[in-house]
Design a binder for this molecule. Structure first.
Ligand code: SF4
Length: 76
């Protein structure tokens, strides 16, 4: 049976959340009878996005409020 896990890819300080947040990828590992296949990336998320949406703080692509701004693409 395939296995799904969320794996952190990047960490950075977010000015909007005033906290360190991570960009996570949902990886799907194949079933045991296909051991040589690499994991498939299903989705990405920001660890702070839920709080941003709840408190209307987010202003980026991961909070679904600004598709033109991705804080994880900025150089830190
Ligand atoms: S969703 Fe965007 S604004 Fe909110 S914590 Fe993540 S990077 Fe920051």
């Amino acid at each position: 049976m395939a296995e799904k896990i969320w794996q952190p890819l990047k960490r950075r300080y977010c000015e909007h959340a005033r906290a360190v947040v991570t960009l996570d990828a949902e990886l799907v590992y194949p079933a045991e009878h296909l051991p040589d296949q690499p994991p498939r990336v299903e989705a990405h998320r920001c660890s702070g996005a839920v709080d941003c949406r709840l408190f209307n703080r987010g202003t980026c692509v991961w909070a679904s409020t600004n598709p033109d701004y991705d804080p994880f693409l900025e150089k830190s």
